[in-house]
Ligand binder design. Structure first.
Ligand SMILES: *Cc1c(COP(=O)(O)O)cnc(C)c1O
Length: 542
C-alpha cells in the first residue's frame, strides 16, 4: 500500500517509505536493552582467551597461568569498585544483574528468616527483582509492592509506612529501565537504616550513567551489570557493604570462589572486559551525561511537536539516555513494526514477546491504550544527532500513517457511516480523495465496527455493495500488526462476495495465515465481530 491510501492494502506489505534504511542495519536506539561492547573492551577480553593470553584459572595458585589470571581479575575488581566508590573486597562477581538481584533477595531473606519474613519493593521493579520476590512469597515470606506516583517515583514516606517490625530488606531500583526515572534512593536508604533494615538497589541502569557513590549512599547491596555499560553480556556484580556481609548467605554452593558467596570458576575474559568497561565509564561519565541528555531532549522536542504524545516519567528526575513516549491513537507494536529503520523497544524488552501492555506504565496509572502505545528510545555512546533526526522523521511518518488508519481519526469527516464514499467519491477519514475502484458508482455503503476507544483493538469495515455483491471494501483499525494485516487481507477477499457467504475463513485460520501467536486470537475475534456487524446490516437491508 502507498502512504496516500491508508485505508487499503496491507500495512506489513508496504513498499519502502521515507525513514526506512536504504541498506544495512537499522539505527540502534535500544541502549537500555543492551549496549555494544566498546572496541577497547573487546581487545582486553581477547587477551584472556587463547594459549598466548591470560587464559588460566584464577584459582590455580600453583603456576604462573593461574597467578596471572588472578592478577587480572583483581585489577578488574578494583576498576569495578572504583565505578561506584566501593572497596575491591566489597565486589562479588556474578553473571549479571539478574543473578545479583536473585542472590541478594533470596540470600538476605533466607539468612534473616528467623528475625523476620517481610520485604518491601515496588511494582515498577525489573522482573529480576519481582520474580525472586514471588518465589519468596511461595516460600512463606511476605512482600509489599509499593505503587509509584504518576511520574513513576516511589515516595520515601510510602516506604516508611510499609516498614514492619519483621521487615528484613527493602529493594528499590535506582533508575527504571523502561522510563528512566531516578528514585530517591538516598532518602529511602537513610530511612531504612534509621529503622535498622537492610537496603538494596538494582542499579543496572544507573551505574556508569549517573553519579553513584556508595560512600555517600546509605545502601547495603547494589546490583549492576557489564552489558549495559559497553561491557560483555554474562557478567555483573553485587556490591556488599563490608559491615553488611553477615546479612547475606549464598544461594549456590561449589568451589568457594568469591568468599563462598558466589562460587564457580571466574570467567577471566568477562571480568577483565567488565573492568575495562567500568574504567571507560568513569572517564566519560560527566561528558556523556550532558551529551546524552541533549540527544534525549532533541528527540522529545521532536516527538512533542507531533501532538498527542505523552512523556512517561514527566516531572521526575530521569537518567540521560532513556525516553519513553506514549502516542495517542497508535498501537505500539504496530508502530514498532512499521519503524523498520529503527531498533527500539515497545513496553520493556523482556516483556515484548507477550501482548500485555507494560506493567510499569500501568502502575503509573496509564490506561491500557496509552500503556500499549508507548515506545522506549534509548540513546548511548555511539548515537549521533543525525541518528536522532532520522528517528524523528521516521516516527513522524509512521505515527501519521497509523493515525490516519485509526477509526478514531477524522471521525467528523466520516459523519454518517459510509461517508468516505460520499457522492461516489472515495475519501480517507482525513478527507483526502482516493481513486474509486471500478463498479463502486451508485453502490450502497455499509459500515460496521467492533471494539472502541480505549480498548486494545478497534476495527471498522466499510463495504460498497451493488447487485447483491461487494464491489469494494475498506477498513480502519487501531490494533496490533496482526490485526491490521488480517483486516487488510480480508478487504481484498470481500469483493464479489454475497451476504450469505458470510465471513471468509475463521479467526483461527487467519491467525495461522499471518503467523499470529495464540495470545492474539482475542484481537482477531474483534476483527470478525466488526465484519459480522457489517454483513449483518447488509442482510437486514440497512
Ligand atoms: C538489564 C537489567 C537487569 C538484568 O540484567 P542482566 O545483566 O541482563 O541479568 C536487571 N535490572 C535492570 C534494571 C536492568 O535494566
Amino acid at each position: 500500500m502507498s502512504a496516500s491510501d491508508p485505508l487499503g492494502g496491507a500495512p506489513l506489505d508496504r513498499g519502502p517509505v521515507d525513514g526506512d534504511p536504504v541498506d544495512g542495519d537499522p539505527v540502534y536506539l535500544d541502549y537500555a536493552a543492551t549496549t555494544p561492547v566498546d572496541p577497547e573492551v573487546a581487545e582486553a577480553m581477547v587477551g584472556c582467551l587463547t594459549l598466548e593470553g591470560d587464559f588460566g584459572n584464577a584459582g590455580s595458585a600453583t603456576h604462573a597461568f593461574g597467578r596471572r589470571a588472578a592478577a587480572r581479575v583483581e585489577t578488574a575488581r578494583a576498576q569495578v569498585a572504583t565505578l561506584i566508590g566501593a572497596e575491591p573486597d566489597e565486589i562479588t562477581f556474578t553473571s549479571g544483574a539478574t543473578e545479583s538481584n536473585n542472590l541478594v533477595l533470596l540470600g538476605v531473606a533466607r539468612a534473616n528468616a528467623d528475625r523476620g519474613r517481610h520485604l518491601i519493593t515496588a511494582r515498577t521493579e525489573h522482573k529480576a527483582v519481582l520474580d525472586p520476590c514471588k518465589r519468596l512469597e511461595k516460600d512463606g515470606f511476605a512482600v509489599t509492592y509499593l505503587t509509584p506516583d504518576r511520574a513513576g517515583r516511589i515516595d520515601p514516606e510510602a516506604v516508611r509506612a510499609a516498614l514492619r517490625a519483621d521487615t528484613v530488606l527493602v529493594s528499590i531500583m535506582y533508575v527504571n529501565n523502561e522510563i528512566g526515572v531516578i528514585q530517591d534512593v538516598g532518602a529511602i536508604g537513610a530511612l531504612c537504616h534509621a529503622h535498622g533494615v537492610a537496603f538494596h538497589t538494582d542499579a543496572a541502569q544507573a551505574a556508569g550513567k549517573v553519579p553513584l557513590n556508595v560512600r555517600r549512599l546509605p545502601v547495603d547491596f547494589v546490583s549492576f551489570t557489564a552489558h549495559k555499560i559497553y561491557g560483555p553480556k554474562g557478567v555483573g556484580a553485587l556490591y556488599v557493604r563490608r559491615a553488611s556481609r553477615p546479612l547475606i548467605q549464598p544461594v549456590a554452593f561449589g568451589g568457594g570462589q568469591e568468599r563462598g558467596l558466589r562460587p564457580g570458576t571466574l570467567p577471566t575474559h568477562q571480568i577483565v572486559g567488565f573492568g575495562r568497561a567500568c574504567e571507560i565509564a568513569v572517564r566519560q561519565l560527566e561528558t556523556e551525561q550532558g551529551r546524552l541528555t541533549a540527544l534525549r531532549e532533541r528527540l522529545w522536542t521532536g516527538m512533542a511537536a507531533l501532538g498527542g504524545t505523552h512523556l512517561n516519567g514527566e516531572g521526575a528526575p530521569r537518567a540521560p539516555g532513556i525516553l519513553n513516549v506514549s502516542f495517542e491513537g497508535v498501537e505500539g507494536e504496530s508502530l514498532v513494526t512499521g519503524l523498520t529503520g529503527l531498533a527500539i523497544s515497545t513496553g520493556s524488552a523482556c516483556n515484548s514477546a507477550s501482548a500485555e501492555p507494560s506493567y510499569v506504565l500501568r502502575a503509573l496509572g496509564r490506561d491500557t491504550q496509552l500503556a500499549q502505545s508507548s515506545l522506549r528510545f534509548s540513546v548511548g555512546r555511539f548515537t549521533t544527532d543525525a541518528d536522532v533526526d532520522f528517528a524523528l522523521e521516521a516516527v513522524q511518518g509512521e505515527v501519521g500513517r497509523l493515525r490516519a488508519l485509526s477509526p478514531a481519526a477524522g471521525s467528523d469527516a466520516l459523519g454518517a457511516a459510509g461517508g468516505i464514499w460520499a457522492a461516489g467519491e472515495l475519501r480517507t477519514p482525513g478527507g483526502t480523495p482516493l481513486a474509486p475502484r471500478d463498479g463502486t458508482e451508485g453502490a450502497t455503503l455499509i459500515s460496521g465496527e467492533a471494539g472502541g476507544p480505549g480498548q486494545e483493538t478497534w476495527v471498522r469495515f466499510h463495504l460498497a455493495v451493488a447487485d447483491g455483491t461487494v464491489k469494494d471494501a475498506r477498513f480502519q483499525a487501531y490494533g496490533c500488526p496482526h490485526t491490521l494485516q488480517v483486516a487488510s487481507w480480508l478487504v481484498r477477499q470481500l469483493p464479489g462476495r454475497t451476504p450469505e457467504q458470510g465471513v471468509p475463513g475463521t479467526p483461527a485460520s487467519w491467525a495461522e495465515a499471518v503467523s499470529a501467536p495464540v495470545e492474539k486470537l482475542g484481537r482477531l475475534l474483534v476483527v470478525e465481530d466488526a465484519l459480522r456487524a457489517c454483513l449483518g446490516r447488509w442482510r437486514r437491508g440497512a
